[in-house]
Design a protein around this ligand. Structure first.
Ligand code: RRO
Length: 299
């Protein structure tokens, strides 16, 4: 069965890509994702300046998923774009560059720099634990609107916005995203875990983002609702571990999905498993991927 899917003008050989932050920190990791079968590859969120990230521990496995507070470790946009430019021709699948600007001027410079090497830009408006970045940007509608416009005005390809999983906040602020092309739904849930012996939060940053199983139904419900409330294509992300989890997202209205925690848990062979599972399902159901998208809705 044909698994090709299109999102705002870019063509993916299949609808599976990595979620930003998981195996997208370097060009060699992005290459590994491409070799494993990803339909597109997404970089770690890149900031204007270099960031070291938070103190350890930055990643903890808990009963219902994973908690992370990496703190956007990255070499800064100038350095990262140099690395990507030197090997762009190796990529046969779209390269989506995730950026986390804190104001329009940064967004403008980053978009203009990544113009030559990115097939799409994903703006991170939802990191749940960073000062003046991600969620803190999204909570200011004027700032978000100007950042999205700056990226749109300085980049030729599609611009995606990655949203938090908080329904009321998203519905209240969605007007600020009018000029973006597609929505990525969703980032992790702000969360915490405490060590009862040490009597302190475990993560170096205290607060982190919850991903994995617990996120799946929450993010799925938001995709379903946004599919009815906006006309924008949606990339679903949240706790996808099997082809069935992905099919739920397609039925809810996602045109493609991103894999995060399960890539950590199962490794890159998950792409093959997802592709084969989806192909088999489409064959058995005698349905094309495109027809599947949004089919769980009444009309
Ligand atoms: O780097 C991180 O700590 C991080 C980011 Br940028 C994000 O968007 N979501 C997340 O859970 N962690």
């Amino acid at each position: 069965m044909e698994l090709v899917t299109k999102i705002s003008g870019i063509t993916l050989r299949n609808p599976f890509m990595n979620a930003s932050g998981v195996l997208g920190q370097t060009v060699s990791l992005l290459r590994r994702l491409q070799e494993a079968g990803a339909g597109a590859v997404v970089t770690k969120s890149i900031t204007y300046e270099e960031r070291k990230g938070y103190d350890n521990p930055t990643f903890v496995k808990i009963k219902c998923g994973y908690l992370n507070a990496m703190g956007l470790p990255n070499p800064g946009f100038k350095e990262f774009s140099k690395e990507l430019s030197s090997s762009k021709e190796e990529f046969k699948v779209p390269v989506i560059v995730s950026i986390a600007p804190s104001e329009p001027k940064q967004a403008k410079e980053m978009a203009a720099t990544f113009k030559k090497v990115a097939d799409a830009i994903e703006i991170n408006l939802s990191c749940p634990h960073a000062e003046k970045l991600g969620l803190e940007v999204f909570s200011d509608m004027g700032l978000t609107e100007n950042i999205v416009k700056s990226v749109k005005d300085n980049f030729d390809g599609p611009v995606f916005c990655k949203l938090p999983p908080y329904r009321n906040e998203v519905l209240g602020l969605i007007k600020s995203l009018e000029s973006c092309d597609a929505l990525v739904v969703s980032n992790t849930i702000r969360a915490m875990v405490i060590d009862v012996k040490a009597k302190k939060p475990i993560l170096g940053n205290k607060f982190g983002g919850l991903s994995g199983r617990a996120l799946h139904p929450i993010s799925l419900a938001l995709v379903f609702e946004l599919y009815e409330k906006t006309r924008k294509p949606i990339v679903g992300v949240g706790g996808i571990e099997s082809w069935e989890d992905a099919v739920e997202f397609f039925l809810a209205g996602a045109s493609a999905v991103q894999i995060g925690s399960a890539l950590e848990k199962k490794g890159t062979t998950i792409f093959k498993e997802l592709i084969e599972g989806l192909e088999e399902y489409l064959k058995e159901e005698k349905i094309g991927l495109e027809e599947l998208i949004g089919l769980a809705h009444d009309s």
